[in-house]
Design a protein around this ligand. Structure first.
Ligand SMILES: Cc1cc2nc3c(=O)[nH]c(=O)nc-3n(C[C@H](O)[C@H](O)[C@H](O)COP(=O)(O)OP(=O)(O)OC[C@H]3O[C@@H](n4cnc5c(N)ncnc54)[C@H](O)[C@@H]3O)c2cc1C
Length: 471
């Protein structure tokens, strides 16, 4: 009997899980398959939304496995010790299957483990699975990578997209190997401990079935109007698939294939472009591995950012005195998700109004977002900060008030999250300070008790930001 391991990671699903399907298809009659999950202490962000969502999703996948009669072998601790333990516990492991990470810490970890396993004569079979096109797929004619999105997108549209892979469940159930004691696997206790300590339970928004339902609702109810509605945070007009995609609870090919089958519409075209941005940022992070810490545009590496903790706190808590920024930041804290338009507004505000280092914002998002994905998050932050490839030009400074007037004209979104503004007349909702000042003059009500006055003067900060970039 030979054992193959399927190393599960941010691909928490059965359907169209490339590594899993390949492992099942490759197996001979006497081969056996073990599911393994490595709990990486370096990646825990205990108490954060991103951590709680990931572990709620892992728990959901684990329960799905148990229902099917599949156990998971959890590993916890130093990665090479863990794989050593795995090889010792199952003497006849011949192959390890997994879906690769193409950037950042995950890519380094995969390389380290691959070398370790190869030295021990274990065959390592790794696959591209997480994106429609892997980082090296879409190239210019001279074979270099793209730096600008539009030509990348044109090539991306033409590129061949893989078909979805079906799981042969009958075969899987014949070859699955569960004959290990849970207490042999040191990680099981740690897994239960992590699940017990989840602060915010996101389980209702996890799982393969839920992801499929969210996709179906999007196709039926939102896709055809996506182009018009996607910019208005008070409208539920976007897919809400990001958390399922970042944890792999739905395959990107399943999303793409369903979209492609829909009748032509502007909504469909715009949506495909968003999927391409996801691939684009994966590609960029792959080719600029220091991007998490370093501006891609070299001349901006010497900007003297502010590290003002007080203003940073006001931004995080949603107390800046700019209602659209405050509503968005409160939504992020309460729900772990923020609308794309608002991500752009609050990121621009942090960097170009408060002049604070984008890395501080990126780190905060990495903890607060349930859809946290390092490539898209760093890409989004470098875009808003004008320091990345094909980013917003440095002189484009979002005006939080006009953005608010344009994308939340009635203030519906603002009033949902900034409750203290609920009875402010609509004409003042984007600049409540003006109204409160009137109240103050008329009745002597203290301004800051109702809602803070703007913590900065946007016009002045805009000029300072432009000056700061002028190096
Ligand atoms: C500062 C900043 C940080 C961001 N951080 C993340 C992050 O950590 N994780 C993340 O998934 N997205 C991130 N985004 C991109 C985008 O905001 C979210 O993907 C989107 O809001 C998720 O909601 P949705 O699924 O309803 O999106 P939809 O509008 O329905 O889009 C469909 C899918 O396309 C992809 N997508 C859409 N817009 C983008 C984009 N600009 N860049 C990359 N992929 C995109 C996502 O996978 C999304 O689920 C960030 C954007 C900014 C400006």
């Amino acid at each position: 009997m030979q054992i193959s391991i399927v190393w599960i990671r941010n691909d928490l699903r059965f359907h169209d899980n490339t590594a899993l399907v390949q492992a099942i298809n490759d197996a001979q009659e006497n081969d056996r398959l073990v599911f393994a999950f490595y709990l990486d202490p370096k990646q825990f962000k205990i108490g954060s939304n991103s951590h709680d969502y990931f572990f709620s999703s892992l728990n959901s996948f684990y329960k799905n496995c148990l229902e099917k009669g599949i156990n998971i072998y959890f590993l916890y601790g130093d990665i090479l010790n863990c794989f050593d333990e795995l090889l010792n516990n199952f003497k006849n492991i011949k192959k390890i299957y997994f879906n690769v990470d193409e950037y950042g810490y995950g890519e380094m970890r995969d390389k380290k483990v691959t070398n370790f396993l190869k030295e021990r004569d274990i065959e390592v079979l790794s696959y591209h699975d997480h994106y429609l096109h892997s980082a090296k797929d879409i190239r210019k004619n001279d074979n270099s990578h793209y730096k600008i999105f539009t030509p990348y997108y044109n090539k991306w549209r033409e590129g061949f997209k893989e078909e979805e892979l079906e799981v042969d469940y009958d075969k899987l159930m014949k070859i699955i190997f569960n004959d290990f004691k849970d207490n042999d696997a040191l990680g099981k206790d740690k897994f239960y401990e992590l699940i017990d300590n989840i602060k915010r339970d996101f389980s209702l928004f996890t799982g393969e079935e839920k992801a499929r339902k969210v996709l179906k609702d999007f196709l039926n109810l939102k896709l055809s109007k996506y182009d018009n509605n996607r910019d208005y945070p008070s409208i539920d007009g976007t897919s809400r698939l990001s958390c399922f995609l970042s944890t792999g609870q739905i395959s990107i090919r399943e999303v793409y294939n369903n979209i492609i089958k829909m009748p032509p519409s502007n909504g469909k075209e715009v949506f495909l472009k968003e999927l391409a941005w996801r691939d684009f940022y994966n590609m960029i992070y792959h080719f600029y591995p220091n991007q998490h810490n370093e501006e891609i545009i070299e001349k901006y590496r010497n900007i003297s950012w502010s590290y003002d903790e007080e203003n940073f706190k006001k931004w995080k808590e949603g107390h800046t005195g700019f209602p659209i920024v405050d509503a968005a930041m409160r939504q992020l804290k309460e729900e772990g998700w923020m609308h794309n338009r608002l991500r752009m507004i609050v990121a621009s505000f942090l960097v170009k109004d408060l002049l604070i280092d984008w890395r501080m914002g990126e780190k905060y998002f990495s903890e607060m977002l349930i859809d946290y994905d390092s490539a898209s998050n760093i890409g989004g932050w470098q875009w808003a900060s004008s320091v990345g490839l094909d980013a917003a030009p440095y002189f484009r400074v979002f005006n939080p008030t006009t953005q608010s007037q344009k994308f939340d004209p009635e203030g519906q979104f603002i009033k949902k999250y900034v409750k203290e503004l609920i009875s402010i007349p609509n004409t003042y909702i984007h600049e409540p300070y003006r109204y409160i000042k009137q109240l103050n003059n008329q009745y002597g009500i203290e301004i800051e008790r109702l809602y803070p006055k703007p913590i900065v003067d946007h016009k002045m900060q805009r000029l300072r930001a432009i000056e700061m970039f002028n190096i």
